[in-house]
Design a protein around this ligand. Structure first.
Ligand SMILES: Cc1cc2nc3c(=O)[nH]c(=O)nc-3n(C[C@H](O)[C@H](O)[C@H](O)COP(=O)(O)OP(=O)(O)OC[C@H]3O[C@@H](n4cnc5c(N)ncnc54)[C@H](O)[C@@H]3O)c2cc1C
Length: 465
C-alpha cells in the first residue's frame, strides 16, 4: 500500500504519522513544497519576537524524527497535477524535472494561502514586496523574509494591517522587538472574532503597551515614501468617518486572513464547499476516488453551524489524523469543531469557543449573552486576576452555545475555555455547567470555578428577564 501526502505541515504530517502507526508496513511518501516539514507555523510570532531564539526550534519534529517514524520525505518538490483515475501524481523538483508518483491513496494537505487584500501597491506591476519591507506571513519562507528585513533594514516602526489573532500576536512580537507599531483594522474593534466588549479590553492592552490602534480604518494604498521621510513606506487609509489617515513606517505587515489552497484538487475535479475549500465527508474523503483531504484546504464541520470554513492548527491535526487512519484502511470520523481558540496579547489572553449572538441567530437559536466577571482564584491569595466572561445560551432550551473569556495570561484562560468547549461539545445546558465537579484550592481556583460563575450569572439574568 503506497500512501502519498501532499503537504508537510499539520495536516499532512498528522496523516502520515497516523497511517504509519496503524500500518507499520505502509509505504508513506510526503511531498513538501519547501524544506520545512512539520514546522509549527503557529510559533512564528514568537521567533520573530526573539523569544524563540532559533527558527529550528519551531520544528514539532526534526526530519530525522519524521524519517524514523517511517515516512519518506520529498522536500522542495511541488505537486502539479492529480490524475485520480490513474492514481498518479505529477510532481516537479526545484530544477524543473518532472516525475509521476503512483499511489493507492492520496491525502491533500495543501493548507491555506494568505489573503492579499485590494490595497494599491500590493499587486500588479511594480507591487511592493519583502525587498521593500512589505510582507505577508504564513510560511517559513515568509518568516525568513521578515527576519531579513529586520536584520538588514533595522526597522524602527511598523504598520500592521489587520487585527485578527495573527495581527495581534505580531503587534506583541514587533513591540517586544522594540519597533513602534501602528495597527490598522477595517472593522470597528480589534479581534473581531470576540464581542466588541472584549475587543475593547484587547484594544486597551495593546494601547497600554504603546501600540497605536486605529480600528475602523481601511488601508487603501502602500507606497514608497519620499527619501527625506521618517520611514521608507507610506500607508494611506481612510477612517470610518471618512477622514484620511497617513502613517510612515519602515515595514508593513499585511495579515488579514487566509483562503484555502484548493487549486490542485479543483483542477482534478474535486467538489468544493464553503469559501471554496475542498468538500470532504466526515471521514475526510473528497469527491475523487481514493483522495482524502484535511486541514486549511478543506471545509470544516462545525458542531453547531454545520459546514463552514474555520482554518486552525488544532483542527488540521485532528482532520489529518482521521484522513491518515482512513487512508490506512480505518473507519474514523472527524467529530467537528467549535472554533475554540485563544490568543495572548502582551500580558492578557482572549479566548472563545462555540457561537456568539449573531452566529447563533444564523444557526436558528434564540441566543442570550450575559457578561460577568470572576476571580481566577480566591482574591485573598496573592496574584489573583479578574476574568471577564461572556456566556451565550439558548433562551428556550437553556443549551450552552458559546463562551468568551478575557483575562491575565496567568489566569488559565486557555484551559478555562476548554471547560466550556467540553461542555458545548457534549450539548450541556448552561445551568448544568454548575454541576461539573471541578477542582479547587485557594491559590489556583475558587469553590465555584470562574466559568461556573459565568454560567450562574447567565442563569440568574435569564430567570429575571
Ligand atoms: C502566524 C500564524 C500563527 C498561527 N497560530 C495558530 C494558533 O495559535 N492556533 C491555531 O490553532 N492555529 C494557528 N495558526 C493556523 C495554523 O497554523 C494552520 O491552521 C495550520 O498550520 C494548517 O495546517 P495545514 O497542514 O492544513 O496547512 P499549512 O500549514 O498551510 O501547510 C500546507 C503544506 O502544504 C505544502 N504545499 C502546498 N501546496 C503544495 C504543493 N502543490 N506541493 C507540495 N506541497 C505543497 C506547504 O509547503 C505546506 O507544507 C497560525 C497560523 C499562522 C500563519
Amino acid at each position: 500500500m503506497h500512501l502519498v501526502m501532499i503537504g508537510g505541515s499539520d495536516a499532512g504530517i498528522s496523516a502520515a504519522l497516523r497511517a504509519r502507526e496503524l500500518d507499520p508496513g505502509a509505504d508513506v511518501t510526503v511531498v513538501v513544497a519547501d524544506a520545512y516539514p512539520n514546522f509549527s507555523i503557529c510559533g512564528i510570532p514568537y521567533y520573530l519576537s526573539g523569544e524563540v531564539t532559533h527558527w529550528r526550534n519551531l520544528a514539532h519534529r526534526t526530519i530525522a524524527d519524521l524519517e524514523a517514524a517511517g515516512m519518506r520525505l520529498r522536500l522542495d518538490i511541488i505537486a502539479r497535477r492529480i490524475d485520480a483515475a490513474a492514481r498518479k501524481l505529477l510532481v516537479t523538483s526545484a530544477d524543473g524535472a518532472e516525475e509521476l508518483l503512483g499511489y493507492d491513496k492520496l491525502i491533500v494537505g495543501t493548507g491555506a494561502v494568505p489573503v492579499r487584500p485590494p490595497i494599491s501597491g500590493l499587486a500588479g506591476p511594480g507591487a511592493l514586496g519583502p525587498g521593500d519591507g512589505v510582507h505577508l506571513l504564513h510560511s517559513m519562507g515568509d518568516t525568513f523574509a521578515v527576519m531579513r528585513t529586520m536584520q538588514q533594514a533595522a526597522p524602527a516602526s511598523a504598520v500592521i494591517v489587520g487585527a485578527g489573532y495573527i495581527g495581534l500576536e505580531m503587534a506583541d512580537a514587533l513591540t517586544t522587538r522594540g519597533l513602534a507599531v501602528t495597527q490598522m483594522e477595517q472593522l470597528g474593534e480589534v479581534l473581531p472574532t470576540v464581542d466588541p466588549e472584549l475587543g475593547a479590553l484587547v484594544h486597551a492592552e495593546l494601547a497600554g503597551h504603546g501600540v497605536e490602534v486605529l480600528a475602523g480604518t481601511t488601508v487603501q494604498a502602500i507606497t514608497l515614501a519620499a527619501p527625506d521621510q521618517p520611514g521608507r513606506l507610506q500607508v494611506e487609509a481612510i477612517a470610518a468617518d471618512g477622514t484620511a489617515v497617513t502613517r510612515l513606517a519602515d515595514m508593513v505587515l499585511v495579515v488579514v486572513g487566509v483562503r484555502p489552497d484548493a487549486t490542485l484538487a479543483t483542477a482534478a475535479g474535486a467538489a468544493l464547499g464553503a469559501r471554496g475549500a475542498i468538500a470532504v465527508d466526515p471521514g475526510m474523503r473528497t469527491s475523487l476516488p481514493d483522495v482524502f483531504a484535511a486541514g486549511d484546504c478543506v471545509i470544516t464541520h462545525h458542531r453547531l453551524l454545520g459546514e463552514t470554513y474555520l482554518p486552525l492548527g488544532t483542527t488540521a491535526h485532528k482532520q489529518g489524523r482521521v484522513a491518515g487512519e482512513n487512508a490506512a484502511g480505518g473507519d474514523r470520523e472527524f467529530a467537528g469543531s467549535l472554533g475554540t481558540q485563544v490568543v495572548k496579547i502582551f500580558d492578557q489572553a482572549a479566548a472563545r469557543t462555540g457561537l456568539r449572538d449573531n452566529e447563533a441567530v444564523a444557526a436558528g437559536f434564540d441566543p442570550v449573552t450575559v457578561g460577568s466577571v470572576a476571580d481566577d482564584h480566591k482574591a485573598y491569595y496573592p496574584g489573583s486576576h479578574r476574568i471577564a466572561m461572556r456566556v451565550t445560551g439558548d433562551r428556550g432550551t437553556g443549551r450552552l452555545l458559546g463562551v468568551q473569556l478575557f483575562g491575565h495570561r496567568h489566569a488559565e484562560v486557555a484551559k478555562r475555555i476548554d471547560i466550556a468547549a467540553a461542555a458545548i461539545f457534549h450539548g450541556m445546558t448552561v445551568d448544568a455547567v454548575s454541576d461539573l465537579d471541578l477542582s479547587y484550592t485557594p491559590p489556583l481556583g475558587s469553590p465555584w470555578e470562574a466559568v461556573q460563575m459565568g454560567a450562574q450569572a447567565w442563569v440568574g439574568e435569564t430567570q429575571r428577564r
